[in-house]
Design a protein around this ligand. Structure first.
Ligand code: SF4
Ligand code: SF4
Length: 414
């Protein structure tokens, strides 16, 4: 998590769903059922790193207006916001929303680098202007000497630099019509940086949607979903309202997200017109798969990583397994310990690199023990966090699109 915000807090701006039961933080029964599934408790094995201890701190902030110590705040901010505690809580504590409200009330100032990151997330043109420099740097051969020099650590850029991947420089087109039998029009939610840093998944989504007969629109003026803003106590109202204005105005039958992290935020937007047409790509493809679209067989063994945003918020992980079954002969496994977060957590891997790396190492060990060929994960953040020389991790769409037969409807070129 970035170190929070110095912007004005207006509680009414928070995109909180009114149809959910949200108990006060003081309603925690302290039963402890949320403890064993909490990844930070798994790491530290102390009471202060449990959901119920954090709920106590949140109660001080939101209900009792009591001061919280630096230690309590540090333990609160160690939370990855995986929301595993929500699904195990018999009292239906809406932990994620309580956490966001507490962060909004705390108004901790942003550090300069976090401010810059928020600026780039919000201003896609300026972000795109930096991409040639990122690409040039990755191709220049400077990476190794710069890493060895220690300069990146001094500038506090080492963790961000490790996550860099070669960006796609050209923007996506606004329309990708199918050349098969046309069924419906859909819009693809691409958010902030995915267009350039997760092009592979978006291209696979377009390819599969086209092959299933859907005309795909990608509106240029859509914004970031606002999840990082919300989780850091910063207002996301301007982003959300822009997305309503841009996406609700489209003449499409569905608005489709491909990253479960964004999907979890979009699902909680308070706008029925928007939510009525909102679909996760896995659910949408499964429900609309054309009988004419056959996939090539594979003798690989694939494990499904279930991102927390998918398990704990969207709760649609079964769609991934069902989609993968369309590849004949593929062996599909559930990655053991899927209920424990991999440590990615959106910006958490930048703000809490040590915790994040320890959780990734635990997941890597599980992947090694599983003796599989490939891991699939429906969240961009988890994919970049878990990908390594040892393990190939891709979005399931990428794997599905690779198995599309040559003679099936195929019409998009970039
Ligand atoms: S499971 Fe729910 S009620 Fe029980 S300690 Fe955790 S947050 Fe409190
Ligand atoms: S959201 Fe995840 S990390 Fe945070 S308290 Fe709940 S289980 Fe623990």
């Amino acid at each position: 998590m970035f170190d929070l915000t110095d912007l004005e807090f207006n509680e009414s701006e928070l995109p909180i769903s009114s149809d959910l039961y949200i108990p006060e933080a003081s309603e925690c029964m302290r039963c402890g059922q949320c403890v064993s599934g909490c990844p930070t408790f798994r790491l530290f094995q102390i009471h202060e790193e449990t959901p119920r201890s954090r709920i106590r701190t949140i109660s001080k902030i939101l209900v009792e207006n009591l001061p919280v110590s630096a230690d309590e705040l540090a333990h609160l901010n160690n939370c990855i916001q995986c929301r595993a505690c929500e699904i195990s809580c018999p009292n239906q504590m809406r932990y994620g929303e309580l956490f966001d409200q507490a962060q909004a009330k705390l108004q901790t100032p942003l550090k300069p680098l976090a401010k810059a990151a928020f600026y780039l997330i919000e201003n896609k043109k300026q972000c795109a202007g930096l991409l040639p420099f990122v690409k040039g740097y990755l191709k220049s051969g400077l990476q190794k000497p710069l890493r060895n020099s220690g300069i990146l650590e001094k500038l506090n850029l080492a963790n961000a630099e490790k996550l860099l991947s070669e960006p796609a420089l050209k923007p996506l087109f606004e329309n990708y019509p199918t050349n098969g039998v046309s069924r419906e029009k859909v819009a693809l939610f691409t958010g902030c940086i995915a267009e350039h840093f997760d092009r592979e998944t978006l291209e696979a989504a377009i390819k599969l949607l086209n092959a299933n007969g859907f005309n795909v629109q990608i509106p240029k003026t859509q914004s970031c979903c606002g999840a990082i803003h919300r989780h850091n106590g910063k207002s996301a109202t301007h982003l959300i309202e822009n997305n309503f204005a841009v996406l609700n105005a489209l003449d499409v039958d569905a608005i489709i997200h491909v990253a479960t992290g964004c999907g979890a935020m979009l699902k909680e937007y308070e706008n029925e017109d928007f939510k009525r047409r909102l679909f996760d790509i896995n659910d949408f493809l499964l429900a609309n798969w054309s009988v004419d679209l056959q996939l090539l067989s594979s003798n690989l063994k694939v494990a499904v990583h279930e991102p927390c945003s998918q398990r704990n918020v969207l709760k649609n992980q079964q769609s991934v397994y069902a989609l993968l079954q369309k590849i004949p002969n593929l062996t599909i496994e559930t990655l053991a310990d899927n209920q424990i977060c991999c440590g990615s957590g959106g910006s958490y891997m930048l703000t809490h690199p040590e915790n994040s790396a320890q959780l990734r190492d635990l997941k890597q060990q599980i992947i090694n023990d599983a003796n599989i060929d490939l891991v699939v994960s429906s969240n961009f953040g988890c994919v970049i966090h878990l990908n390594s020389d040892e393990t190939k991790v891709v979005h399931p769409l990428v794997f599905l699109a690779e198995h599309q037969k040559k003679n099936s409807p195929k019409n998009f070129t970039l």
